[in-house]
Design a protein around this ligand. Structure first.
Ligand code: C2E
Ligand code: CA
Ligand code: CA
Length: 270
């Protein structure tokens, strides 16, 4: 524990953290909707470690505030760089429940946006449904302030947290992400389709945009489009990639999309 704590504490200073970016595409026309920034830790001995392992540790060690602030700063700097290169997109970051307890979080976000000359609507903050359920008044105040900046809030892992309809209406979210377990169930469980359909209808009734995550097969992709999902994300479209690979992917993707949009061509991911 001590060694890990020290290593994680040093990770920022040693430049070992990196954001990978996974595309989200519009379900209707395949246009790029944006990217989700996903944190990676390149440890000199242990290699590339996923956030599923070290984020819970960072939370336990009290390091998530520092790491989270780095993510905000880094994502905004990347948006700034892409803007200068003519890449016009949104970036979503993940916020942990601990970060929402920091009353200075809205200022932190605002400062990073301003420093990099980014329009607030370019940034999306993903917050898990479970974190929303735990939230107390002060956290919901923080969320309101973030939303008031013009930053979009997205409810992550939706469907795993048993939130009530009343609760959902009180959250100033513009988007929800159907948890990937429901996407996987589309092919495995007979009621899978009905569940996703119900979530899409509920979200649309509340004017909330629906993202399906963890889309791995063309069959899932087709079904999700049929059910009216707005945005798709998953290995069937692209895996998370380093920032440096994004321009190349966009160029290749554009070619495929232009082909794909020809009359008579069926929609297919790259
Ligand atoms: P998440 O926010 O639900 O992110 C989606 C996860 O699903 C990512 O795992 C992504 O690589 C993976 N994924 C994407 N498409 C597919 C697919 O088609 N199939 C499957 N099986 N998986 C897919 P990753 O990158 O390991 O991240 C795990 C979790 O760690 C994230 O879940 C998020 O909760 C957390 N996380 C990642 N980056 C950050 C961060 O900067 N801050 C905080 N607080 N949490 C983060
Ligand atoms: Ca997420
Ligand atoms: Ca998720």
């Amino acid at each position: 524990r001590v060694i890990l704590h020290q290593a994680l504490r040093n990770a920022i200073a040693q430049n070992e953290l990196e954001l990978y970016y996974q595309p989200k595409i519009s379900a209707q026309d395949g246009h790029i909707h944006g990217f989700e920034a996903l944190l990676r830790w390149n440890h000199p001995q242990n290699g590339l470690t996923g956030p599923g392992v070290f984020i819970p540790l960072a939370e336990r060690f009290g390091l998530i505030g520092t790491i989270g602030a780095w993510v905000i700063e880094q994502a905004c700097a990347q948006l700034g760089q892409w803007k200068r290169e003519g890449v016009d997109c949104r970036v979503a970051i993940n916020l942990s429940p601990h970060q929402l307890r920091n009353p200075r979080l809205p200022q932190l976000i605002e400062a990073a946006l301003r420093k990099n000359h980014i329009e607030p609507s370019r940034l999306v903050c993903e917050i898990t449904e479970t974190a929303l359920m735990e939230n107390v008044d002060s956290e919901s105040e923080v969320m309101k302030q973030i939303a008031a900046l013009g930053v979009r809030l997205s409810i992550d892992d939706f469907g795993t947290g048993y939130s009530s309809l009343a609760h959902l209406r009180r959250v100033p979210a513009k988007q929800l992400k159907i948890d990937r377990s429901f996407v996987a169930d589309l092919e495995e469980v007979s009621e899978g389709r009905a569940v996703v359909n119900a979530i899409v209808q509920l979200a649309h009734a509340l004017s909330i945009e629906v993202v399906a995550e963890g889309v791995e097969t063309h069959e899932q992709l087709r079904t999700l489009r049929e059910l009216g999902c707005d945005v798709l994300q998953g290995y069937a479209i692209a895996r998370p990639m380093p920032a440096g690979a994004v321009a190349r992917w966009l160029a290749a993707e554009k070619l495929t999309r232009d082909e794909r949009l020809q009359p008579g061509t069926a929609f297919a991911p790259v």
